[in-house]
Design a protein around this ligand. Structure first.
Ligand SMILES: C[S@@+](CC[C@H](N)C(=O)[O-])C[C@H]1O[C@@H](n2cnc3c(N)ncnc32)[C@H](O)[C@@H]1O
Length: 218
């Protein structure tokens, strides 16, 4: 049974570690703290908690591919994006976030956001969604990669993909054997034929999760 007060204390400790000019140095401490949380609280903060090794492998891969500008769709409170940015050497990676339902994320019930969030309103996203909009979400820079972590909305996924002009798609999610449904799934994403995508790299995250990087073919 989760204890509300201890959850509040735990969240305060997370907020403290992630605030301030030098907070990014605390990313390992944050992972260690996260390990002490019960499953429910962990899940509230982040769907999968990567290890330090996972994060560093991911960072190395993005460095190798010269991917510096990533837009994470459905980023929740942005804790994963905060971690990804923190692991990178100064300014080597910028990860921006996009969520739907601004009212919820700005409400007193939501967990505070760890990165500045951009919002899209579900009711109008068909007309709002464009290459320009995706660029605005990245402070005016065109995103090189779209990231989907535990995303589960096929229709929206296809809309984002068709508005995206960059070359990289990063999907983080469960191994099929885990029995958790996400759409797209990293290993079976069923990408549309109109742009041809090829699997470029796979990185295992924890025992049950995987990061798949797809490249758009010319
Ligand atoms: C399972 S959560 C994963 C959150 C986060 N990526 C993580 O790993 O902890 C899926 C998120 O996708 C968001 N989402 C669903 N449809 C969306 C859409 N059309 N545009 C942006 N975000 C969307 C939901 O609001 C939710 O926060």
């Amino acid at each position: 049974m989760p204890n509300a007060q201890s959850d509040r204390d735990a969240l305060e400790a997370v907020y403290e570690l992630t605030q301030g000019a030098t907070a990014q140095r605390n990313w390992r401490k944050l992972l260690i703290l996260g390990d002490t949380f019960d499953v429910q609280l962990k899940r509230k903060l982040l769907w999968i908690w990567p290890t330090a090794k996972n994060l560093m492998q991911f960072q190395l891969k993005l460095n190798e591919l010269r991917i510096q500008n990533v837009l994470s769709i459905g980023c929740g409170n942005g804790l994963l994006e905060w971690l990804l940015t923190a692991v990178g050497a100064e300014d080597s990676l910028r990860v921006y976030g996009l969520e739907r339902d601004a009212n919820w994320w700005r409400s007193k019930y939501a967990i505070r956001s760890f990165i500045p969030l951009n919002y899209i309103e579900s009711s109008e996203y068909n007309c709002q969604l464009s290459g320009d909009f995706l660029r605005q979400c990245c402070c005016g820079l065109p995103p090189q990669a779209l990231l989907f972590c535990y995303f589960n909305n096929r229709v929206a996924f296809l809309e984002y993909l068709s508005a995206f002009a960059g070359s990289w798609l990063i999907i983080i999610g469960p191994q099929p054997s885990l029995g958790i449904h996400t759409d797209p799934n990293p290993l079976q994403p069923e990408l549309p034929d109109c742009n041809r995508w090829a699997l470029h790299s796979l990185i295992n995250w924890t025992e049950h999760n995987v990061v798949a990087l797809y490249k758009k073919l010319p």
